[in-house]
Design a protein around this ligand. Structure first.
Ligand SMILES: Nc1ncnc2c1ncn2[C@@H]1O[C@H](COP(=O)(O)OP(=O)(O)O)[C@@H](O)[C@H]1O
Ligand SMILES: [Mg+2]
Ligand SMILES: [Zn+2]
Length: 508
């Protein structure tokens, strides 16, 4: 007798249909799996056997073969336990085979028959809907994320026997309702705000410009000057993500297995701050069982690289392609996997190795040679992707103690949103921004008043600004003009944009 159970496997961030086929035949007791299963799938045999027995059912005393098809896609992880167990119980007549047809099943089994959460449940629920199934039956801890998908039934269980009784019609399980609005409200209550940051007007201004067009930013300042604090607040002034963007980000976090089960939908943009000791696989993704890296977890949000020069060179190199393409491609022997990775990069560094070069209260002991060497650790090509450099000086005690007159994130965000809508009109699409303008677009869309052109020329000559700085100045000036709702780029827009090229100057 052959029983088929529908499930899925995650490739990249999407779930692809897999059929679990259980074949039982007379013969010596034997339990084997075929169809390219990896080590984890093989281990699932032991869990399935114990879970069935410890749920009070008999494990077949003959030959059981489990086949996962199609054979040519790689299957990883533990989510096949539940469909395999249910399929085996159906071959034993404990379940009616027809009862399995309406649902997609995923879940890891524990030895005692418990059903444990698995990564990628949101993607699996989307697969269930796309393939026209009535619903998905899965671990309770995955139910809320799956319930984000409308128009399918989401049946949550804690134990294998509950699934069996539900499918046999002897137990009623209410489908998990869509969390919708309630989740939105719960998640939106951010507890950080730009008004928490005293002073630092130049840095805040730079971050506002950056947010207005997704310009990557580098903050340079001594320890304790507030760089981390500022970076953490950047997501609070970026435009709200669309529902699709939230779902996309949630899918990535789900596949990575790091979704907070109380906060299922990422309704605010993600903020990721990996430590500088991270490996290239940790940053861009990969590994034996491939997982999205930090740049994908930051998709549609902010990637904060604190102490930029301390990152390993190969790790920073690995960033270049995804920064350019908005996706990261990981080649493996069996397949090529793609993860989305369109993020805004915010980096921070000390001005010198000791950190106090620009500090008013402590003296820097670094030689100019040491400072040059430290700054040269960030490679030119990476620096090439950063439009805005901004100094974040240390604040005196008085500045910090003064009552805060800082603008709130909501006020800043209004201006950002306005500049974004101007760009939306300009490019006819919500995702393209000034930061991503091509040379052709710069020519066509950035009219500059004559005085502005003179200013750029002067800056290039006198300050020794590099040629690569040139287009960045124009892109940033375009954004500054958009914030003022000016069509033509004026000389004061250019003048401000030039200030954000600190590291290009040949005199430091
Ligand atoms: N401008 C500021 N306004 C309010 N608090 C500040 C400011 N700058 C620094 N702080 C305080 O100092 C702490 C350290 O700041 P942090 O952002 O970690 O500095 P950095 O990342 O530059 O080393 C913060 O947690 C905050 O309490
Ligand atoms: Mg810091
Ligand atoms: Zn120093």
């Amino acid at each position: 007798m052959i029983v088929k159970v529908k499930t899925g496997t995650i490739i990249g961030i999407d779930s692809h249909p897999v059929d679990v086929e259980i074949d039982t035949a007379m013969g010596l007791p034997q339990f084997s799996t075929v169809g390219l299963p990896d080590a984890a799938v093989r281990e699932s045999r032991d869990r399935v056997k114990s879970a069935i027995r410890n749920s009070g059912y008999r494990f077949p005393r003959h030959k059981v073969t489990v086949n996962l098809s199609p054979a040519d896609i790689r299957k990883e992880g533990t989510a096949f336990d539940l469909p395999i167990a249910l399929g085996i119980l159906a071959t034993e007549g404990i379940l009616r085979q027809e009862s399995l047809e309406k649902y997609l099943f995923i879940g890891e089994l524990s030895l005692d028959g418990g059903v444990k959460a698995v990564p990628g449940a949101l993607s699996a629920a989307m697969q269930a809907r796309e393939t026209g199934l009535e619903g998905i039956l899965l671990p309770r801890d995955n139910a809320l994320e799956a319930a984000l998908v409308n128009s399918i039934q989401v049946i949550a269980v804690d134990y294998l026997y509950e699934a069996v009784e539900f499918l046999n019609g002897t137990r009623h399980l209410e489908p998990t309702p869509s969390p919708g609005d309630e989740l939105y409200r719960r998640s939106l209550a951010a507890d950080i705000d730009f008004s928490d940051v005293s002073g630092q007007f130049q840095a805040k201004r730079a971050l506002e410009i950056a947010a207005a067009a997704n310009h990557n930013v580098l903050m340079i300042g001594p320890p304790g000057s507030g760089k981390t604090m500022l970076a953490q607040r950047l997501a609070t002034i970026l435009p709200d993500p669309t529902f699709e963007e939230s779902i996309e980000a949630t899918k990535i976090h789900s596949v990575a297995g790091i979704l907070d089960k109380n906060n299922m939908l990422l309704v605010t943009r993600p903020f990721r701050a990996p430590h500088h000791s991270i490996s290239d696989a940790g940053l861009v993704g990969g590994g034996h069982v491939p997982k999205p890296g930090e740049i994908s977890l930051a998709h549609n949000g902010v990637l904060f690289l604190d102490e930029l020069p301390e990152f390993k060179r190969n790790v920073l190199e690995a960033l270049r392609q995804p920064l350019e393409d908005g996706v990261v491609t990981i080649a493996r022997s069996s397949a090529t996997i793609t993860y989305p990775s369109r993020f805004m990069m915010v980096a921070a560094m000390n001005p010198c190795p000791c950190g106090y070069f620009t500090d008013l209260r402590q003296t820097c002991r670094c030689t100019p040679q040491q400072i040059r060497q430290y700054r040269s650790k960030i490679s030119g090509p990476l620096l090439d992707r950063i439009d805005i450099h901004v100094e974040v000086p240390s604040l005196g005690y008085n500045d910090l103690a003064k009552p805060s007159v800082s603008e709130s994130s909501a006020t800043i965000k209004k201006r950002v949103d306005r500049a974004r809508s101007i760009q939306k009109e300009r490019f006819g699409n919500g995702r393209h921004t000034n930061a991503r303008m091509s040379a052709k677009e710069i020519k066509a869309l950035c009219p500059i008043e004559p005085e502005g052109l003179d200013l750029i020329e002067m800056a290039m000559d006198r300050l020794g600004l590099s040629a690569r700085g040139y287009t960045k100045i124009i892109k940033v000036a375009r954004t500054i003009a958009d914030l003022e709702e000016e069509t033509t780029i004026e000389s004061h827009h250019i003048a401000e944009a030039i200030q954000y090229r600190t590291l290009d100057r040949s005199d430091v």
